[in-house]
Ligand binder design. Structure first.
Ligand SMILES: Cc1cc2nc3c(=O)[nH]c(=O)nc-3n(C[C@H](O)[C@H](O)[C@H](O)COP(=O)(O)OP(=O)(O)OC[C@H]3O[C@@H](n4cnc5c(N)ncnc54)[C@H](O)[C@@H]3O)c2cc1C
Length: 221
């Protein structure tokens, strides 16, 4: 059979497309390029640590040369762990009730959650009042005092003074936290996170049979 006359053209096109793809992935892989208000390209990526690499079959494999887990905790390790804790906390509505230092308030929260569907309006109003109380502010103030990195704690206190916690709802609290984290990111010359993606990044806990996912969402992210 005669050779397809378009074959050489298709071949060239394929080569060109591969080349563009390679350049694009290299570009996206570069973090912390100083640009005005850059955003994180893949907000759902769980770890940007250079010690972890992804193999072809998508298994995570640690590089053997340096085992960072036995080294001293750095400011960055502490920060990553704390942000992970805080964003997950903000995403888990039920867990927020335990932020209350007083048992009575936590019980009141559970009561509100158990209000029947036919009283949705009432439930919403009561939840808003509950969230708007001073607990999240108190919790953040305690954190800013006991955070085990002095420089970061002082920085955080300053940020809290100009951005008092907003927690009229679980969504508002998550967005406030995202905004505050971005304020820290900017001051460190890091990428700015797109806050509309905060639920995709932090809304779900990955664990066997969802036993630890208190939010109980069935959304696929
Ligand atoms: C309260 C606080 C104050 C800090 N202050 C300082 C300081 O003054 N000086 C200093 O050097 N370090 C400070 N740090 C540490 C710093 O913020 C980082 O945690 C650290 O530099 C490691 O950064 P990272 O790039 O690995 O990602 P991190 O900033 O730790 O973020 C972890 C992950 O969260 C996601 N993420 C990023 N931004 C957002 C966002 N806005 N909303 C939701 N998710 C997001 C990304 O997926 C990212 O991989 C502070 C940390 C905390 C918790």
């Amino acid at each position: 059979m005669a050779e397809n006359p378009w074959q050489p053209l298709l071949h060239t096109f394929e080569k060109l497309s591969n080349c563009v793809q390679t350049h694009l992935s290299n570009f996206i892989g570069i973090k912390n390029t100083p640009r005005s208000s850059p955003t994180i390209q893949n907000p759902t990526s769980l770890d940007s640590s250079p010690l972890i690499t992804r193999t072809n079959n998508s298994n995570l494999q640690k590089l053997p040369l340096k085992d960072k887990s036995i080294g001293p905790v750095t400011k960055e390790d502490l920060g990553r762990a704390t942000w992970t804790f805080l964003h997950t906390l903000a995403a888990q509505m039920a867990i927020l009730s335990r932020m209350y230092p007083c048992r009575e308030c936590a019980d009141h929260f559970k009561e509100i959650l158990s209000i029947q569907k036919n009283q949705q309006g009432n439930k919403k109003r009561m939840l808003k009042n509950w969230y708007n109380s001073s607990c999240p502010s108190l919790y953040m103030a305690i954190l800013s005092r006991m955070y085990p990195c002095r420089e970061c704690a002082d920085h955080f206190k300053e940020i809290l003074r100009s951005n008092p916690p907003r927690a009229g709802s679980q969504e508002e609290f998550s967005q406030w936290l995202c905004h505050v984290h971005n304020t820290v990111n900017r001051s460190l010359g890091k990428l700015v996170f797109p806050c509309e993606r905060v639920d995709a990044r932090w809304g779900k806990l990955e664990c066997e049979q969802k036993s630890c996912d208190l939010h109980g969402t069935s959304m696929d992210f």
